[in-house]
Design a protein around this ligand. Structure first.
Ligand SMILES: Cc1ncc(COP(=O)(O)O)c(C=O)c1O
Length: 388
């Protein structure tokens, strides 16, 4: 174990050592972290639905009716009719023929990509795609071709030069998790059609947030019926746990048979399933929650820009402040925490070296007072750390 201690020391020296923060309160606009009350600007609970009475009640009802655990994988015992209800609900929400649920977004990408892409196939992937997409490609051992972030000219070149592969799968995040910008999905879909490739979008950060009904980037860009594989999580705006893939029935049937992360893992517990169904209902019934989220994002983005921070994107509820230096990023996160604002500093390997940042996320449940107080803290922390 001596070598592990040496590894840990070198992480500490490189300012890349990670420590857990303990939450003593819920994922709410104001919570308690490590015993300190603070405004939370780091959660993916974008719509605040983890605290919504209908969603909480659905989780409780699911436990009362079905118990606490699934008792086995979907193909053995862990297959309640509640799981079917969720999958049918997702398919209606996404306007696809069918959907299948996974235990997490990480497992959805691992299981789906490795089931669909083998060594004879090529996966064509944006350089900033989420780690679970990268790991899914590794597991499938397909040839992986990376294009520069949102570079459609390079994507077209790769598509033009990869015709000899049996199948080609173009994969992109819908909203990029660490950059907060949207993929150019209409262009990707058009190119994939021209070069006869399949498109998969990971809408982890768009589900519940983008589109008239909150169904994600495919709805936002009016591309319904034109994206073969739509993946998304139930764990972020939908306030539960797990993930889904939605698409044609034969795709879903194939994944049910071939995705190893479904076959070899115990199914989602009833509470998570019940909460997810109620969250989708809430997203569709209450578009005003989504409107409030986008208003809050605009307000905070404008305020941070006015203060002089360098913001990487202004398109979504994820507002990344570029710091660059790892140590300064952590110092900034600490200075904010001392001022009662919780924001996570993101360093490599989560982002490319030299692009460490504060990943600021807003929630629909933040009040103007919360955001104004946070902006004051940003100003003070930025001055203390020497960011401007
Ligand atoms: C784009 C993207 N895909 C997949 C995941 C994994 O989802 P989960 O947290 O449900 O495993 C995340 C975040 O965690 C993500 O940001």
């Amino acid at each position: 174990m001596e070598y592990l201690a040496a590894e840990l020391r070198s992480l500490q020296e490189a300012k890349r050592y990670r420590q857990l923060k303990w939450f003593d309160g819920p994922q709410a606009a104001r919570t308690v972290v490590d015993g300190r009350p603070c405004i939370l600007l780091a959660s993916n609970n974008y719509l605040g639905l983890t605290e919504h009475p209908a969603v909480k009640n659905a989780a409780v009802q699911a436990v009362a009716r079905w118990g606490t655990g699934a008792g086995g994988s979907r193909l053995v015992t862990g297959n309640y009719s509640l799981h079917r209800e969720l999958e049918e609900r997702i398919a209606r929400f996404k306007r696809t023929q069918a959907a299948i649920v996974f235990n997490s977004g990480y497992m959805a990408n691992l299981g789906t990509i490795s089931a669909l892409a083998s060594p004879e196939d090529a996966v064509i992937s944006d350089e900033l795609n989420h780690a679970s997409i990268i790991d899914g490609c590794r597991l499938g051992r397909a040839r992986v071709m990376i294009y520069r972030h949102k570079d459609m000219t390079q994507l077209e070149n790769i598509l033009g030069q990869s015709c000899s592969y049996r199948r080609r799968l173009v994969i992109t995040d819908g909203v990029f998790s660490m950059d907060g910008d949207l993929a150019p999905l209409p262009e990707i879909v058009a190119l994939a059609k021209r070069y006869r490739a399949l498109v998969m979008v990971d809408d982890a950060h768009a589900t519940g947030v983008f589109g008239g009904r909150g169904a994600g980037t495919v709805e936002h860009f009016n591309l319904e019926g034109r994206v073969g594989i739509q993946m998304g999580t139930l764990s972020k705006a939908l306030a539960s746990a797990g993930a889904y893939v939605a698409g044609e029935s034969r795709l879903i049937d194939y994944l049910r048979n071939r995705a190893r992360s479904i076959i070899f893992s115990t199914a989602l517990p009833p509470a998570a399933v019940g909460a997810a169904i109620a969250a989708i209902d809430t997203v569709e019934k209450h578009p005003e929650i989504r409107t409030k989220l986008h208003d809050n994002a605009r307000f905070l983005h404008t305020g941070l820009t006015r203060l002089g921070f360098r913001i990487l994107a202004g398109e979504s509820q994820i507002i990344p402040i570029l710091v660059g230096d790892d140590a300064m990023t952590i110092a900034m996160s600490r200075a904010l925490f001392e001022r009662g604002v919780f924001v996570t500093g993101i360093r490599p390997p989560s982002v490319p070296p030299g692009t460490s940042r504060l990943r600021v996320t807003v929630m629909a449940t933040h009040t103007r007072e919360d955001l104004e107080q946070a902006l004051n803290a940003f100003e003070g922390a930025g001055k203390e750390v020497g960011l401007f």
